[in-house]
Design a protein around this ligand. Sequence first.
Ligand code: THU
Length: 139
Amino acid sequence: MNYNELIKEAFEARKFSYAPYSRFHVGAALLTADGKVYRGCNIESASHTPSCCAERTAFFKAISSGEKDFKAIAIVAAAADTPLDEFEYCAPCGVCRQVMVEFCHLDNFEVILAKSEEDYKIYSLNELLPLSFTGKELL
Ligand code: THU
């Protein structure tokens, strides 16, 4: 699976976004080392705190299915009804970055922020969350 296809998966995931409060619809597609894709969308709650970002939805689906090795995640986001040619890059929130650090390689895992299937930027976790708390200190 190439990154254009992975981004397409993220756009498909975004269609299921449940975001009646923010109206900000996010889709993510998480690629495993052996080529499987787990889609996620953001899921909001009237009491806000239980809401979950698209990225964590994808990660928790994958982890709870037994996946351990991850290669990349593609993220697409925009307010509801945004025309496809007006998408901006959307960086993951701090909580999602911390979840990524838990399960992914700091240099090799690729976080793809996409405006379209062809227009995207790639970051490592080290770039997105420098000096991160990895939990090594706890072991
Ligand atoms: N959101 C995501 O799903 N991922 C991000 O990277 C940023 C924010 C969601 C959470 C909430 O449902 C809405 O976008 C507005 O913050």
